[in-house]
Design a protein around this ligand. Structure first.
Ligand code: 13P
Ligand code: 13P
Ligand code: MG
Ligand code: MG
Length: 372
C-alpha cells in the first residue's frame, strides 16, 4: 500500500474509578461499541480502545489526515457519551478533561490530548504507542532524546547506515507558543539546553533528516488552557520503529531508567515514571507513582495488528523495583521540594488561592532587619 494512512491517538480523563486510579470497564465497553460503529461505517480503518490509569485512550487509523474535524468530532462524541456513563456511576471527576461544552472543529485546546501522524506505510511498519498517567507533556523529552539521539541507548545511530545521519527534533515552547527545529548530532547541546526544562519545552516530533516523521507526542497543557489546575496532562506519544527508525528494543530501552517526571499526587509532585503492563497501570500509592504503558502494533494496510503489551515483560521488573525505592525516598520529603513541585509550577495548582488568602498577612521587615 502506497497511499497515506493516519494514526491518531486521542485521550481524555472523563471520570476515574476509584478516585483517579483507573477506568471503569463500562466506559471502555461503551467507547469500543461506538468505535466499532465508526469502523463499520468505514470512517475508521481500525481502532483499539484502552486505558492508562484514569485516561480513556482512543487509538485509530483512517485516511483523513491529521487534525481532521470528522475524526476529532468522533473522539469528542465518544468522550461526551462516556462522560454520561461516568455521571450515572458517579465516577470521580466525570468529564474532567472536557473543558468546553460544544465541539468547535478540533479537540486541541478543548482538554483532550492528541498525537497524530500521517505516514506512507512501509513494507513492514512496527508502531509503538506510549501512554502515561499522573504526569504531563514533557515526560517524553528524555526518552525521545535517548531513542533518537543517544548512541549509548540506540546502537543503530552508530551501526545502521540508515540512521547514521541522525534526526531532526521539533521542540515547542508551550508557554510562548513558538517552535524550533534542531538537527542531531550537530546541535545536540543546543537541543538539550531547552528540552531539559520539561515544563516549558516539549519535543513535539522527531523526523529523519529527509523529513519523514518518526515520532509525535501530545503537548497539551491543561492548566495553561484552563488557567487553573484541572488534572494533569497525561501525555501520549506515537513512535515508528525499525529500518530507518530505532529498533523496538531501542525505543523501549530508555524506560529502564526510572526517570523523574512531574505529576503524581494532585499533579504537584516529582516522582519516578514506572513502566507497567496495561493491567498494572492503576496508580494507587499516593495516586502513583506515575505510569507509562506501551502498546505495539504492526500496521497492515492501516489495520492495527496487535496489540502487544510491551512492558508486560520480566526485563522491566528491575526498573519497577527501582521506581519503588525512589518513590520511598521522594515520599519521605513530604511537602518539601524537590518532591513537591517548585513555586512557578505550583502556580498552576491550588497554590494561588492560598497565596491570595494570606496576602494581607505579609508585613514589611523592620528596618533593622533589612539589608543596608
Ligand atoms: P532493522 O535495522 O532491520 O530494523 O533491525 C535491526 C535489528 O536487528 C534490531 O534488533
Ligand atoms: P489525573 O490528572 O490523572 O486525573 O490525576 C489528578 C490527581 O489529582 C491525582 O492525584
Ligand atoms: Mg483523573
Ligand atoms: Mg489521568
Amino acid at each position: 500500500m502506497n497511499k497515506q494512512v493516519t494514526v491518531s491517538v486521542i485521550k481524555a480523563d472523563i471520570g476515574g474509578y476509584v478516585g483517579h486510579s483507573a477506568m471503569h470497564p463500562g466506559l471502555l465497553e461503551r467507547a469500543s461499541q461506538m468505535m466499532e460503529d465508526f469502523r463499520s461505517r468505514r470512517v475508521l480503518i481500525d481502532f483499539h480502545v484502552t486505558s492508562c490509569g484514569d485516561d480513556l485512550q482512543l487509538i485509530m487509523t483512517h485516511t483523513f489526515g491529521v487534525d481532521h474535524p470528522q475524526i476529532h468530532q468522533l473522539a469528542w462524541e465518544i468522550f461526551r457519551e462516556c462522560t454520561g456513563t461516568a455521571r450515572e456511576l458517579k465516577l470521580y471527576g466525570a468529564g474532567q478533561d472536557l473543558l468546553a461544552d460544544a465541539f468547535s472543529g478540533n479537540v486541541r485546546g478543548m482538554g483532550p490530548g492528541v498525537a497524530e501522524m500521517e505516514i506512507t506505510e512501509r513494507e513492514s511498519e512496527p508502531l509503538l504507542i506510549f501512554m502515561a498517567d499522573k504526569t504531563s507533556a514533557g515526560a517524553w523529552n528524555l526518552p525521545l532524546f535517548k531513542m533518537f539521539a543517544d548512541p549509548f541507548n540506540t546502537a543503530g545511530l552508530i551501526i545502521s547506515p540508515a540512521m547514521h545521519a541522525g534526526f531532526r527534533f521539533e521542540v515547542h515552547d508551550v508557554k510562548q507558543h513558538q517552535r524550533i527545529f534542531f538537527n542531531t548530532p550537530e546541535e545536540m547541546y543546543d537541543l538539550l539546553v531547552f528540552i531539559g526544562a520539561t515544563g516549558r519545552y516539549v519535543i513535539k516530533a522527531v523526523y529523519t533528516r529527509e523529513g519523514e516523521v518518526g515520532a509525535v507526542s501530545s503537548t497539551q497543557r491543561l492548566a495553561l488552557i484552563a488557567g487553573k489546575y484541572v488534572g494533569k496532562d497525561d501525555p501520549v506519544c506515537i513512535v515508528r520503529s525499525q529500518g530507518k527508525f530505532p529498533a523496538v528494543g531501542e525505543v523501549l530501552e530508555p524506560f529502564t531508567m526510572p526517570h523523574i517526571v512531574e505529576g503524581w499526587m494532585r499533579g504537584s509532585h516529582y516522582g519516578p515514571l514506572m513502566p507497567t503492563s496495561v493491567r498494572q497501570a492503576t496508580p494507587a500509592r499516593f495516586d502513583g507513582p506515575p505510569r507509562v504503558i506501551c502498546l505495539g502494533f504492526q500496521l497492515a494496510e492501516g489495520r492495527l495488528i496487535g496489540p502487544r503489551d510491551m512492558f508486560d515483560d520480566p526485563s522491566f521488573d528491575e526498573v519497577r523495583r527501582q521506581v519503588n525505592i525512589l518513590a520511598d525516598q521522594m515520599r519521605r520529603h513530604g511537602p518539601f521540594e524537590p518532591h513537591r513541585l517548585p513555586m512557578d509550577e505550583m502556580e498552576y495548582t491550588t497554590l494561588p488561592q492560598v497565596m491570595e488568602k494570606l496576602r494581607d498577612r505579609w508585613e514589611a521587615l523592620p528596618e533593622t532587619l533589612t539589608p543596608a
